[in-house]
Design a protein around this ligand. Structure first.
Ligand code: NAI
Length: 346
């Protein structure tokens, strides 16, 4: 398996593979950039990847996205990601989490671990018994998923205003893919704002809970792409938007929390060609990072910062229009400029 030639490599500073067979740990930690402080932050995803290649691709793409997200927010750290190969429901144990902590410790502070899909604040408490390089801010911030959902709504409002000329979400039809921590919170926010929801998840229990609680219409996971809606909100895993799904979409706006929504960068052009306005994920899902950085602060200040995601998304849309580029490229250009401006390597 080649790392240096991997299409998602992008000059990563450091990629490590860790194994402790006795506890079932197989993990990859990818550090894209360490930033001016010599450290990188990122979540830890535990997922039953089909093979090491898929795990590596996810780690590389997610760590790069983290660097770009932090750059857009003008936060002085680099991006990284840990991925653990395994099913978090059946393979996670205290021994495995302690081994993960030892792996993080060996990196000597270059990587500070936080939670992501398949790991929780409680897991991080176990990891923290083996390393001090744990982002307690993320854990202490508590409801980062709620903040992420709130930020997605801010991005959605900006996109809906620009593309549909609507100032509020009342009566807006939103198709939500993925009803986990963020997707569920997003559905609640949207329902409060009067939106009509159509939802899907591979977890039937999650679907029936949201359908019951909010009166959302449920469809099979594969059908969510075909639903007539004003907005599509991808809140599951990567690659929701690919050559097969984009032609099927019947929406005007896409804004969701999932990382790496585009299967490849050219998908952004396909969306633009269909006149679908895509709020880039690195901006739309920045609420979690903002909440981690603002922990313990004034709730009103946090809300104002989260609302700022709307202005950031709007600036990206305006740049895309001005420079006749996709919204993806506009967000990436802005991030690269901010990285270079902060003395970092784009
Ligand atoms: P989660 O694990 O709680 O929820 C993900 C949900 O997606 C699960 O209910 C899962 O069953 C569902 N799912 C998986 N594959 C699916 C498919 N093919 N079709 C429909 N549903 C599917 O994760 P969480 O925390 O809600 O995160 C969701 C996304 O948002 C992830 O991509 C994550 O990286 C991203 N994100 C989350 C942040 C946070 O604060 N939690 C911050 C920034 C990004």
């Amino acid at each position: 398996m080649s790392v240096f030639d991997h299409e998602a490599f992008d000059g990563h500073e450091h990629v490590s593979f860790f194994a402790e067979p006795s506890v079932g740990l197989r993990a990859i930690i990818a550090i894209h950039r360490t930033g001016p402080l010599g450290m990188a932050g990122g979540g830890c995803r535990m997922w039953p990847y089909r093979d090491e290649r898929a795990a590596l691709a996810d780690a590389l793409r997610l760590s790069r996205a983290m660097t770009y997200k932090l750059a857009l927010l003008e936060m002085p750290a680099g991006g990284a990601k840990a991925v653990v190969i395994g099913d978090s429901k059946t393979d996670k144990s205290e021994a495995l989490l302690l081994a993960l902590g030892r792996a993080v410790e060996r990196l000597g502070g270059r990587f500070v671990i936080a939670e992501d899909v398949g790991t929780s604040a409680r897991d991080l408490e176990v990891v923290a018994r083996a390393t001090s390089w744990v982002n307690r801010a993320a854990a202490d911030a508590g409801d980062t998923a709620g903040a992420t959902a709130y930020g997605v709504v801010a991005a959605m409002r900006a996109a809906v205003k620009r593309r549909l000329g609507r100032a509020d979400l009342d009566g807006l039809r939103v198709a939500v893919q993925g009803l986990g921590h963020v997707g569920g919170a997003l559905c609640r926010e949207l329902a409060r704002a009067g939106a009509q929801l159509v939802v899907a998840d591979v977890d039937a229990g999650a679907v029936s809970a949201i359908a019951r609680e909010l009166g959302a219409r449920a469809v099979a996971p594969e059908e969510i792409f075909d639903q007539p809606a004003d907005v599509f909100a991808p809140c599951a895993l990567a690659d929701a938007l690919d050559d097969g799904t984009v032609p099927r979409l019947r929406c005007a706006v896409i804004a969701g929390s999932a990382n790496n929504q585009l299967a490849h960068p050219r998908i952004a052009d396909a969306l633009a060609a269909r006149d679908i306005l895509w709020a880039p994920d690195i901006v739309a899902n920045a609420g979690g990072v903002i909440a981690s950085a603002s922990r313990g602060g004034d709730e009103r200040v946090l809300r104002a910062r989260l609302d700022g995601i709307g202005a950031l998304v709007e600036a990206v849309f305006a740049r895309a229009e001005r420079e006749r580029i996709s919204t993806h490229e506009a967000a990436e250009r802005t991030a690269r400029e901010r990285l270079a401006g902060a003395g970092g390597r784009p």
